[in-house]
Design a protein around this ligand. Structure first.
Ligand code: AWU
Length: 470
């Protein structure tokens, strides 16, 4: 072992990070790494970050500021029938391909076992896709710690033993109600039918592989503790319920706050945005991997038109699609003419944080991705929430109905359909006096340096204590 157990204060605690091969997971693992390395100062931690060989350059760039103390170790993914050669993350794959990527990652078990045996880190912080890490690490005396990239509410509602009483997986009907013992005053105690139906995915097996739920549960059984990037102030009852359900401690790394974005905002966006008054523009965007169904995209566009406000909307499409053609197919006849000069439609990556921070952006219509909501909140935007899948439904309910941050677009319970009026009404409500709800309170809390430092210090103390225990 490199530290902790040998009593030498000079030896850094060595952590191995092992995220699922999706950038929505790799990014929070990189953020946690930076928090440990940069936040703790020299010589306290060192990190070995495992990822598929094809991701190494991008991950190294994400960890550049900690380069001296972080080593990115490449894993060679075995070939899997049906998985495109060279695939290294879900960014290059369809939903089916992402399932096959799990098979490839399972195939790295011997490499990971050899690496852990050679490196002998103090702890391995791993993701839901690789529960077998616990079986490899524990016999070597390495502490396996599960790291949750979702909200605590998401795990508490979907991934606890009480969800499958007697081993029976929930039906869509079962999922409309919360699991036994769930916090009773939560907005999540009942879910609409369309959300419950969508959530059955988490319990289904694809290619005869364990379902998402059946990967989560052995993570909790085998880990020494769970790590979460949240805080008691925002999610206390969910953290407590989850911890009681899995019977393990939860270490809180603190609420996610956006790190300062790199680079200036592209000229084409800054000059367009700067042509409008403060808080005038509605920015609509749905994160890195959320695609609106065609009819929903069209209603969104018509709803934005009906706000009579300037808007910038970003719509993306699954890998392999002709994005420009798909976008054009969503645009109702005549809309582009009618919104000329005040409405911009775009497909592709944008500098989201920089756009949110532009003074003329006042409202942010989004999918309730955890980071996106926090980025919008921190930038002082009014929020309109339009979740499209899994954890997004849960985040949306917690933010809007529990923390009073953001306005949800009204949807039909059976199928989640929403019309253009629901979009324009939600924007109007968010932009009206009082539409910020308790946004200011939470913004001040998230941006409070003392709060962040307090969580970071306490997390490091608990982590060091945990790895010391034999
Ligand atoms: C855990 C997974 O995160 C997922 O998606 P996503 O990556 O969109 O989520 P965010 O937390 O909003 O993160 C998205 C991040 O990408 C950034 N960004 C995105 C698009 C763009 O054009 N430009 C940017 O800079 C954005 O600024 C944010 O930091 C989903 O919710 C999913 O349900 C959940 O399981």
């Amino acid at each position: 072992m490199s530290g902790g157990g040998n009593g030498s204060a000079a030896v850094p605690t060595h952590i191995v990070m092992f995220p699922w091969l999706a950038f929505g997971h790799i990014s929070p693992f990189a953020q946690l790494t930076r928090r440990l390395i940069v936040g703790s100062g020299d010589g306290v931690f060192r990190v070995t970050f495992l990822t598929a060989a094809g991701n190494v350059t991008r991950v190294e760039a994400m960890l550049a500021e900690a380069a001296g103390t972080v080593k990115v170790a490449p894993l060679d993914l075995p070939s899997v029938p049906g998985l495109p050669a060279g695939a290294a993350s879900t960014a290059e794959l369809s939903a089916d391909g992402a399932e096959l990527l799990k098979v490839a990652l399972d195939g790295t078990r011997p490499q990971v076992a050899a690496l852990l045996a050679e490196l002998r880190p103090d702890a391995v912080i791993f993701d839901f896709a690789v529960p077998w890490v616990c079986d490899v690490a524990a016999p070597l005396g390495i502490k396996p710690l599960y790291f949750n990239v979702y909200s605590a509410a998401t795990l508490a509602l979907l991934a606890v033993p009480a969800r499958c009483p007697g081993g029976r997986c929930p039906s869509a009907h079962d999922l409309m109600a919360a699991p036994a013992g769930f916090t009773s005053d939560s907005p999540l105690v009942t879910l609409p039918a369309y959300q419950a139906a969508d959530l059955t995915y988490a319990y289904e097996s694809f290619y005869s592989l364990p379902s998402v739920y059946h990967r989560f549960i052995p993570c909790f059984e085998g880990c020494a503790a769970a790590v979460m990037k949240t805080c008691a102030e925002m999610e206390g009852p969910y953290i407590d319920y989850f911890s009681a359900q899995i019977g393990k401690p939860v270490l809180l790394a603190g609420p996610v706050v956006p790190e300062p974005p790199q680079g200036e905002l592209e000229e084409r966006w800054s000059s367009w945005l700067s042509s409008f008054p403060e808080n005038a523009v509605v920015f609509a965007s749905f994160g890195s991997e959320t695609f609106l169904p065609a009819a929903a995209a069209t209603e969104l566009l018509l709803g934005l038109e009906a706000t009579n406000r300037p808007f910038l909307v970003v719509l993306n499409f699954p890998k392999g699609a002709d994005a420009e053609a798909e976008l054009a197919a969503r645009v109702p006849p005549g809309l582009e003419e009618r919104v000329k000069g005040r409405g911009v439609l775009h497909t592709g990556w944008v500098q989201q944080q920089r756009i949110l921070q532009h003074p003329s952006v006042g409202c942010y219509v989004n999918h309730s991705g955890f980071s996106s909501v926090v980025e919008g909140l921190a930038a002082g935007c009014r929020l309109v929430l339009l979740p499209m899948n899994t954890d997004q439904y849960i985040n949306s309910a917690v933010f809007a109905r529990e923390l009073h941050v953001g306005v949800e677009v009204v949807r039909r319970g059976e199928d989640g359909w929403f019309g253009r009026d629901a979009v324009s009404d939600a924007v109007a409500a968010a932009m009206a006096a009082g539409g910020d709800g308790e946004g200011r309170k939470w913004r001040e809390f998230l941006l409070d340096d003392a709060v962040q430092k307090g969580y970071a210090t306490e997390f490091v103390r608990k982590l060091k204590d945990l790895v010391k225990v034999a």
